[in-house]
Write a protein of this length. Structure first.
Length: 152
């Protein structure tokens, strides 16, 4: 076998080993990333604020009363263009629980009051539901504000 053939064979084996190594590293990174994502989804702080039953009620109330204006997933600016997003993209998480409750019950500039059509439990449930769209950092910040203005 010539020197050139041996060099080519050696380079080919090195390239194959490098490709296998990179494939294993890529798969490992994917597995670690998936595990981290799953862990973050299972440990959402908003779920600690409410039971699954409360969140289910909140989802139901949201779909029936809020989604038209605020969007099916809280993205905002639905049929009423000025209706803000309630997800993590805008400012909803800058408001304490008590302030959110007051806006829902009493209404706001463009928002109608829901105090006569929703029970207090439904108002609390819908707040807890849309809080599931916030990041852990946003919710922690919002809950700090809520210590001064909690739900009633």
């Amino acid at each position: 076998m010539s020197n050139r053939a041996r060099k080519d064979r050696r380079k080919k084996k090195q390239a194959e080993r490098l490709q296998k190594t990179l494939s294993l590293v890529f798969i490992g990174v994917l597995i670690i990333g998936l595990a981290a994502w799953l862990s973050s989804q299972n440990n959402r702080p908003s779920e600690a604020l409410a039971s699954r039953d409360v969140l289910a009620l909140g989802e139901e109330v949201y779909a029936a009363n809020c989604a038209t204006c605020h969007g099916a997933n809280g993205e905002g600016h639905g049929e009423v263009e000025v209706a803000p997003a309630l997800d993590a993209t805008e400012h909803a998480w800058h408001h304490a629980d008590g302030q959110l409750q007051g806006l829902i019950v009493n209404g706001g500039e463009q928002m109608p009051p829901f105090g006569e059509s929703l029970t207090n439990d439904e108002v609390v449930a819908v707040i807890r539901y849309f809080q599931t769209w916030w990041s852990e950092g946003q919710l922690n910040s919002q809950q700090s504000l809520s210590e001064q203005d909690p739900l009633r």
